[in-house]
Design a protein around this ligand. Structure first.
Ligand code: ATP
Length: 212
């Protein structure tokens, strides 16, 4: 079983990193793939360039062998010139490479609440399971029949199928967001202990997020 953790990572912070490490252990995954998106279809364009977001991610997961960076969304964007990053395409390409593995797509509860706006969102379940991680400030909305019919009672059900199940996982609650970090930096406040020092140094060196 491998985990997939997509994000803008603008910048990567401990809310992402702690969650990724925690679910890797909770689900006994061989690895969690962190997949930075190039051009997020659902939100404003990132403040930092794709290359800088990738470099910050590299600094953050250095010496963390279980957390791997997967650049397929950035690569596809470069090859196909501004095609938006659709998670369904990313999962299909991972499925092609890993035909026999269970794929677990991890998303925070904020992302789950807008899942039905994602491109071909129902098809996500043809290729992967979706595991929703609790995030402070975002209650899960009422589940409709489509979701209820996919609910897994326990983690074992995820290992028994390669895709198709929905699972909710309580994780350590860290009320950290990239938006709040960008705002702090623009206000010249210190974002220390919300993200790795190496990433803060990179932000300072490249004068990122100064106007927001
Ligand atoms: P922004 O504030 O710029 O929207 P963000 O902090 O939400 O960014 P993203 O890169 O957009 O970070 O998030 C990627 C994924 O990580 C999403 O599935 C999101 O729900 C999840 N995530 C982000 N922060 C947390 C957190 N503190 N706890 C749990 N999940 C999180």
């Amino acid at each position: 079983m491998i985990g997939i953790f997509g994000g803008t990572f603008d910048p990567v912070h401990y809310g992402h990193l702690r969650s990724a490490l925690e679910v890797k252990e909770l689900f006994g995954l061989s690895e969690v793939r962190l997949i930075p998106c190039a051009s997020p279809p659902h939100r404003n364009q990132p403040a930092a360039s794709a290359l800088m977001r990738l470099q910050m991610l590299e600094l953050a997961v250095k010496n963390r062998p279980g957390l791997k960076i997967d650049t397929r969304e950035l690569d596809r964007h470069n090859q196909l010139n501004n095609v938006p990053s659709y998670m369904v395409d990313t999962l299909k390409s991972l499925r092609h490479e890993l035909p026999n593995q269970s794929l677990l797509l991890f998303i925070g509860s904020d992302a789950f609440n807008s899942l039905t706006t994602w491109h071909q969102w129902r098809q996500l379940f043809d290729v992967a399971h979706i595991v929703v991680m609790t995030r402070p400030g975002f209650e899960i909305q009422q589940l409709d029949d489509f979701f209820k019919s996919r609910l897994a009672d326990d983690k074992q059900a995820l290992a028994q199928n390669r895709a198709g199940k929905l699972f909710f996982q309580q994780i350590t609650q860290l009320d950290i967001s990239a938006t709040a970090i960008r705002q702090m930096i623009a206000k010249k406040q210190n974002p220390g202990f919300l993200l790795p020092d190496a990433v803060i140094e990179y932000i300072n060196e490249h004068k990122l997020y100064q106007a927001y």
